[in-house]
Design a protein around this ligand. Structure first.
Ligand code: AOS
Ligand code: ZN
Ligand code: ZN
Length: 383
């Protein structure tokens, strides 16, 4: 089984996955959750140490703000990981009730733009190249504001941010079809995100969060289309059963994940040179967080491994000949191949544990940190 295509493939993990999270009904506390960004990075480094797949951690501003960014960067590098995308936060200030970059009041828009300029400054210090913008702006009622006016304000706000990007920096612009507003979101879909990116310039790309689509959406079609335009900047991987569930990627629909990876592999977008940043955007509300992250990166790797097994030339022949069932069978044969032993062998050959979740449990890390961090206040949501 040739899995060489996995060489160099990485998944970026989110800082917010390591803290307590929950629904609006309840947040269940876990022992030993990180008290600050340093400890979030230490937990993320465990995922990389055991899988070799997760060398970067995304940060969230202001949740992960520290006094000395070069010190945080050195801390990460000492643990074998790097600081990744910087996520701007536009949803927790009272002033953003009616929006941020689209707000009807120019002073609030200015505040939101300046937050991004600060994020760009932070990126220079952390060495991050990706500024990820998830815009929570939207409307709850028809007539509440001008749909068109908000797009114009958004274009203007984004332009101010884009113009401050450094040469090696880019914007990842996320879309979401509902929530926190329910009548209309200001970037509800990939088309709106792409239009803004095309207007901005080459340093603006779309980020596709797998949980941000209506049920039944053909997500791999969107992946293919964004790749065709050279504008797929990143994924936020997670699983959804109903809404923006942020559950473990590959848990709800592993076949969908495989179909996405099939479009990725078709144009070699899994290679680091493609510039696609494969990130997780998940929360672990009831399961253990570090093993949850380990399972997640392994699920992504497994889906990619299966996609690499697709017999592309046989598939092209079957497609050309109009062999409907034959083409489908070729795809399914790859999906149905059990790659678990081959992936374990591959890990072993690289000095990694065959079963990273088991190795984490045996390491004693969880009990060590729950003793060391006892009595502290967790970092994270709103910290
Ligand atoms: C929100 O629904 C988006 O998925 C964001 O990408 C992300 O979850 C958020 O920025 C983390 O708080
Ligand atoms: Zn997301
Ligand atoms: Zn989301």
């Amino acid at each position: 089984m040739n899995l060489d295509g996995l060489d160099g493939f990485t998944v970026e993990v989110p800082s917010w996955a390591y803290g307590n999270s929950g629904t609006r009904f309840k947040v269940f506390a876990s022992p030993g959750v990180p008290r600050n960004p340093y400890e979030k990075i230490a937990d993320a480094a465990q995922v990389h140490r055991l899988t070799g797949l997760a060398p970067r951690i995304s940060l969230h501003i202001p949740w992960d703000v520290v006094d000395d960014w070069s010190d945080l960067r050195a801390h990460a590098e000492k643990l074998g990981v790097k600081l990744g995308a910087i996520n701007s936060n536009l949803f927790q200030d009272d002033e953003y009730k009616l929006g941020s970059l689209c707000h009807p009041d120019a002073a609030i828009r200015d505040k939101a733009v300046r937050h991004h300029l600060r994020c760009i400054e932070i990126m220079h210090e952390t060495g991050s190249s990706d500024l990820k913008i998830w815009l929570p702006d939207g409307l709850n009622y028809p007539g509440q504001d001008s749909l068109r006016g908000r797009q114009d304000r958004l274009a203007e706000s984004l332009r101010r941010i884009y113009d401050e990007l450094g040469d090696d920096q880019r914007i990842l612009l996320e879309y979401k079809f509902f929530e926190p507003y329910f009548y209309s979101m200001d970037i509800p879909d990939w088309g709106t995100s792409l239009l803004h990116c095309l207007a901005l310039g080459e340093k603006a790309t779309v980020v596709l969060d797998t949980g941000h689509h209506a049920p039944g959406t053909n997500i791999e079609f969107i992946v293919m289309q964004l790749l065709r335009q050279g504008r797929l900047g990143a994924f936020d991987f997670n699983s959804r059963f109903y809404a923006d569930d942020d559950l473990i990627v590959g848990a709800a629909d592993p076949f969908q994940l495989f179909r996405i990876m099939s479009e990725i592999v078709a144009v070699d977008a899994h290679l680091p040179s493609s510039g696609v940043n494969f990130m997780l955007d998940q929360c672990h509300n009831i399961e253990e967080k570090i093993p949850g992250q380990i399972r997640s990166v392994l699920n992504v790797e497994q889906a990619l491994a299966k996609a690499l097994l697709i017999d592309r030339s046989a598939l092209a022949t079957a497609q050309r000949e109009g062999d409907v069932l034959g083409a489908n069978e070729i795809l399914m044969a790859a999906y149905e191949t059990d790659v678990r032993a081959a992936l374990a062998d591959r890990r072993e050959a690289r000095g990694l544990p065959r079963d990273p979740v088991k190795a984490f449990k045996a390491s004693g890390y969880a009990s060590t940190v729950s003793t060391e961090r006892a009595g502290g206040t967790q970092a994270g949501w709103g910290a």
